[in-house]
Design a protein around this ligand. Structure first.
Ligand code: GUN
Length: 294
């Protein structure tokens, strides 16, 4: 078994981005500028957003963090989005989800200018991805593709099983793995809560990508010998022995599954850091796009 070290791979990627940004600045150019909108005080979301701001520093980007209490109204948040859409200093921005229940996430996503949608959540960008046109591919699926590529994992002709059909991970992941690209060219099966024979299907996977948000969901009897296992889960599970009071748990029962795998991502330190590096890639793209517009 070999660990797919997302932390090391993401460091490599961020270094490459930082080098490009240093060259841009040395030539008198403008640094990419990412804005992040955080609503409320969910611990997980705060950590993710803080890590995104830290990654901006690491890459030489400018960043703006906008925080609002969870009492913000939908209309007020839409006004924040409209302002960021118009702000020429901001190349791209994200609105961290989940949002409080009284705010319609879909409305917010639709309000973001697709050219600044570095999360790649807007229907225009998802459509462009489906068609293989240049776009912002959402950060987690793109980060997984980069992790597979940089670790020379063969995907062509393999059976890839994606567990979970979210708009953010499972659905775009299934599209990317089926595309005529490298990585890609896999035969893809997407399974979800209504799939009756999930164990059997997972067992036939050469590459198993799990994004279902249920700790320890994938057990050893669901994994084929020699499989590549990518664990997207990051659930906070209370743990009194941990100074933080919780441990991050993936969707895969890592300890029991690891010896069956050729490659497996740890949690934390697998997909998470790749997601953030991928957002940095998208922000650099957004900066190039905005400079060309001028
Ligand atoms: N919540 C969990 N993952 C993400 C992400 O990639 N982007 C945003 N905006 N919110 C998230």
């Amino acid at each position: 078994m070999q660990l797919l070290d997302g932390k090391a791979t993401s460091e490599q990627l961020k270094q490459e981005i930082a080098d490009q940004v240093a060259a841009i600045k040395a030539a008198g150019g403008k640094a990419p500028h990412l804005a992040a909108v955080l609503v409320g005080s969910d611990g997980g979301s705060m950590t993710y957003v803080n890590n995104k701001v830290l990654a901006c520093k690491r890459c030489g980007f400018d960043s703006t963090l906008l925080t609002y209490p969870d009492t913000i109204t939908e209309a007020e948040l839409l006004a924040v989005v409209a302002k960021l859409n118009q702000d020429p200093a901001i190349d791209g921005f994200i609105v961290q989800v989940p949002l409080p229940k009284h705010i319609d996430e879909e409305k917010i996503t639709l309000a973001i200018d697709p050219r600044k949608d570095v999360d790649g959540f807007h229907p225009e960008n998802l459509g462009r991805m489906l068609l293989g046109l240049p776009t912002y591919i959402s950060a987690t699926p793109n980060g997984i593709m980069e992790l597979l590529k940089r670790n020379q994992i063969e995907t062509a002709g393999k059976h890839c099983v994606v567990v979970g059909r979210s708009h953010i991970v499972g659905s775009p992941m299934s599209v990317l793995m089926a595309r005529n690209t490298n990585p890609g060219n896999a035969t893809v099966t997407l399974v979800h809560s209504r799939t009756p024979n999930m164990q059997e299907i997972c067992q036939s996977a050469d590459i198993l990508i799990v994004a279902i948000g249920k700790p320890l969901f994938i057990t050893a009897d669901m994994v084929k010998n020699g499989a590549v296992v990518i664990d997207v889960g990051t659930t906070r599970v209370p743990d009194a022995s941990d100074p933080k009071g919780f441990k991050l748990r993936g969707d895969v029962d890592f300890d029991k599954v690891k010896d069956k795998c050729s490659f497996i991502t740890p949690v934390p330190g697998g997909v998470g850091p790749m997601t953030i590096a991928s957002l940095m890639q998208n922000t650099l793209l957004a900066r190039d796009f905005n400079q060309r517009k001028k």
